[in-house]
Design a protein around this ligand. Sequence first.
Ligand code: HGA
Length: 608
Amino acid sequence: MCGIVGAIGERNITDVLIEGLRRLEYRGYDSAGLAVVHGGAIERERQPGKVQALADATHASGVSGQIGIAHTRWATHGAPTQDNAHPHQSGDIAVVHNGIIENYEALREQLQAEGYVFTSQTDTEVVPHLIQSELKKGGDFMAAVRRAVAQLHGAFALGIVRATEPQRLLAVRQGSPLVVGLGIGENFISSDQLALLPVTNRFIYLEEGDFIELKRDQVTIWDASGAVIARPSVELDATVHASSKGTYKHYMLKEIYEQPAAIQRTLAGRVSNGQVAIDAFGPQAAELLSKAKHVQILACGTSYHAGYVAKYWFEAIAGVSCHVEVASEFRYRTTVLPADTLLVTISQSGETADTLAALREVKSRALGSLCICNVPTSTLVRESDLAFITHAGPEIGVASTKAFTTQLVALMLLVLATGRRQGNLTAERERDIVAQLAGLPTLCDEVLAMDQAIERIAAEFGDKHHTLFLGRGAQYPVAMEGALKLKEISYIHAEAYPAGELKHGPLALVDQDMPVVAVAPKNDLIDKLKSNLQEVRARAGVLYVFADHAADVRAEPGIKVFSMPSVADEVAPILYTIPLQLLSYHVAVIKGTDVDQPRNLAKSVTVE
Ligand code: HGA
């Protein structure tokens, strides 16, 4: 989603701004822009499309300054045009914004009545005009910003500069992510610390409601009550966060191949002697996991699919009832939470707007909240009672891969810990599943060795418009994740069904133009699934089946079988995800899509 970068220093900061935007490109965007203060005036450059277009335009025009704000925009209000690109300006004020101003229509009418002229369709443009309007009523720049922000409804982060005050950059965090980067004689803001790693590794993580004033050599923060507050700074090991594609053609492929190592990192220090270390979830975990009578999982997108797999595990392995729901639905409906519910949220970035809002909405009614997250400094981690960091490493490809499989590993550890604390899991079974988890990296390598075979059949999907994914039991959410991956990066419509539902509708769609992909490990449901596959074959559907030897699915005309390594049923969903990732990747490459930054999508979904 939108990325904000701001900088104030003694040097020309346009290169810092543009490099920062490049590092935010992975989040997904459709236009980019920057504004600097130069010679007492705002100089602005905005371009639809890629950051490179902005870089070219900036270098051509020679825009330069020692203070400035920059933005990659993922449009919510108004098309991705130059006029709608940020920064937006009102006289000597320029603003970049991440989020949505929900009452922008009323504010726009009010400001138009005051004589302000709007040049975009965005919700954002009300902000600079409102600040300008407040400045006219008196008081200083920060006072005007405060009064303006008090009138805004919604979730947002703002970066603001004023041509007549080139010694300070103001910022606000109210519902959307924003961090401060501390330099020597220069300071920065950004939506994501990754953007600032070339210039600093010292950060201040802001809280909701914070107002910030950045000067070259001073940072002042006011909390939501208006009091000046000293927030701690954190020094990061920059090498941990460095990320490049290396020899891989795309980040997504690199991240698929990183899964064996990522899973090892998720497990490291969290299991010993065949047992899960319960305090890996936090000091109060043992007590919470014993008391929980129900688990409610809330997440979005790929993380929701991880939660869906965990629902099967919680009930089958830990003996605890579990519901899973997409956060954007849960947060807005009237919900009844059973007594002693443990709330589990899942988010790669820890900044997913709907998941955060759902947590805030329900937290006070739950026994406790636990998040599974890849970013230790994220808002979700800070606002949850307990946190488990997956240590997947930075994930740059918009389509999540290693973040998903490591979430599954983390969730299985949570299920085992819960099962033990509830007295529903024997030591033998726990030891057995821990050993299966430890064996996963090697099995993942075996699946990655299937890459070329999968690449060879990807061409058969290139001209198709629809694909069906089938699975049963805990493999159904794996099928859902496979369908989501294909949609996201190849733009082929894909749907997942629990195979038993086939005859209740989707079978009507099956013909030779709709490939059907099935995940079919040997388990209690394999014979049922095989009957479902025959139903497809009888309608001339072409099947692509991922199955292990014991499943005994025979290849024949119209049925292609990919031989998976044998794996214990409990952890099979983790392994069977990987060939589906590879399939989507190769189909997308054949179709020539922008694999790492698919159209219309964003990595860290910071707006609802
Ligand atoms: N609503 C603003 C900003 C959108 C945003 O934050 N996307 O992530 C706009 O549409 O310009």
